[in-house]
Design a protein around this ligand. Structure first.
Ligand code: MLT
Length: 410
């Protein structure tokens, strides 16, 4: 008889966004004419940059020509894309990252989960609370936790609380943790980390032989020149950090799928036999066994992000969403609602008005304003009493949604 991975049975309810979608579907079935505006999942709405479309169309033509046709590509990604990423995203910022330390993939969510393949099952794992739930759920699936308690916290994980009191940046733990997930700009709170904060984490990781899993999916939204875009801007990070990045939010690739993970060649872990193992080799082995690379057409689209036109167009896209974030922040603040984030990030973290619980506010917004957001408690126990509003939508929808919310809650 077949058995299952029983760790899946420990998972609390559904994955957050399908649960939201289920509630919205129930509501729209009963209210088919309700003009719903979705500011929930951080999914982009604006068209792909022209530079990317043009490059992808040309790549489709390549695929129609016997001489230019491509079959399987390198599992790690094409060199021409990895070179441009290394030069533009890392070396130009003073980060010592080479093209062959970059692995192209179909998403940073996938990679954040897949990376666990190369780590042991006995690591102590720290996440912030609230947190991007993928880090937690993938560890539950991998059997790295016990069951969840009534707050939704899993036995065996170390939760580092983040709140307005600590600027949504976790205190460095006093105990030793082996794997630490950090996400900056932060999903869900929209907070950013200073160089000094990241340096403290890198120093901690080097002192304890820990690995930082650094999710930089939203780095393009950083507007403050003092805020680092990459963990590799921090001295010593090459020896203790893996970084995840994505084309989803800066270039609108949520449906196109392209991302990258950086595993420096200097990153090593000591195996149980005392030997030194380099994680780059393990990740390379994992990717070449389980992954056949991102399509040639999509990688050509991603490459176009690095052309002068692509850089200007992606910058304009990011500015567009940041302006939405500004509108959300300012309108809610003017209505007397406390908000955080949304300056260097596309997410605004809202204190629910009138002491409402996160899901009560969700239901109220849906029923009364026909606006969908994300309940903060879906990101962890410490997110209770908060609500995330995403800036990814058209300007008109953002304006209408804010007018509806401020009219009811202002
Ligand atoms: C979010 O809304 O948190 C993100 O869109 C999720 C993701 O990028 O996977």
């Amino acid at each position: 008889m077949a058995t299952i991975n029983e760790n899946y049975l420990k998972l609390k309810a559904g994955y957050l966004f399908p649960e939201i979608a289920r509630r919205v579907t129930t509501f729209t079935a009963a209210n088919p004419d309700a003009p719903i505006i979705k500011l929930g999942i951080g999914d982009v709405t604006e068209p792909l940059p022209e530079a990317c479309r043009t490059a992808m169309i040309a790549a489709v033509e390549d695929m129609g020509d016997r001489n230019r046709f491509k079959g399987y590509g390198p599992e790690q990604g094409y060199g021409w894309l990895r070179e441009k990423i290394a030069a533009t995203d890392f070396q130009a910022r003073g980060c010592d990252i080479d093209a062959d330390e970059i692995f192209i993939s179909d998403g940073s969510k996938c990679d954040c989960g897949n990376i666990l393949d190369i780590f042991g099952n006995d690591n102590t794992i720290a996440v912030t609370d609230p947190v991007y739930h993928v880090y937690v759920d993938t560890n539950v699936m991998a059997g790295h936790t016990g069951p969840a308690n009534e707050d939704g916290k899993y036995e065996g994980l170390i939760y580092l609380p983040i709140s307005a009191e600590n600027d949504f940046t976790a205190e460095i733990p006093s105990d030793k943790v082996d794997l630490i997930y950090l996400c900056f700009p932060n999903n869900p709170t929209g907070a950013v980390a200073t160089k000094a904060h990241l340096q403290a984490w890198v120093d901690y990781a080097r002192q304890h032989g820990s690995i930082i899993l650094f999710d930089a999916a939203y780095e393009a939204f950083i507007t403050d020149p003092e805020i680092p875009h990459s963990i590799y801007e921090i001295e010593g990070a090459r020896d203790c950090a893996i970084e995840f990045r994505s084309f989803s939010k800066n270039a609108g690739f949520t449906g196109t799928r392209c991302a990258l993970t950086v595993v420096p060649k200097t990153l090593t872990v000591t195996a149980s036999d005392g030997s030194t193992v380099d994680l780059h080799r393990l990740w390379n082995r994992r990717q070449s066994t389980k992954f056949n690379g991102v399509s040639y057409i999509v990688q050509r689209g991603a490459e176009a992000v690095y052309s002068p036109e692509g850089q200007a167009q992606t910058k304009a896209l990011v500015s567009f969403y940041l302006e939405n974030a500004r509108i959300i922040r300012e309108q809610l603040t003017a209505a007397g609602i406390t908000v955080y984030g949304g300056v260097n990030a596309p997410y605004v973290w809202v204190k629910t008005p009138n002491g409402l619980s996160s899901w009560d506010f969700f239901d109220k917004l849906l029923n009364v304003c026909n606006v969908v957001g994300t309940p903060g408690s879906g990101f962890g126990a410490a997110g209770e009493g908060y609500f995330r509003i995403s800036a990814f939508n058209s300007r008109d929808n953002v304006n209408v949604a804010m007018a509806r919310i401020t009219e009811k809650f202002g």
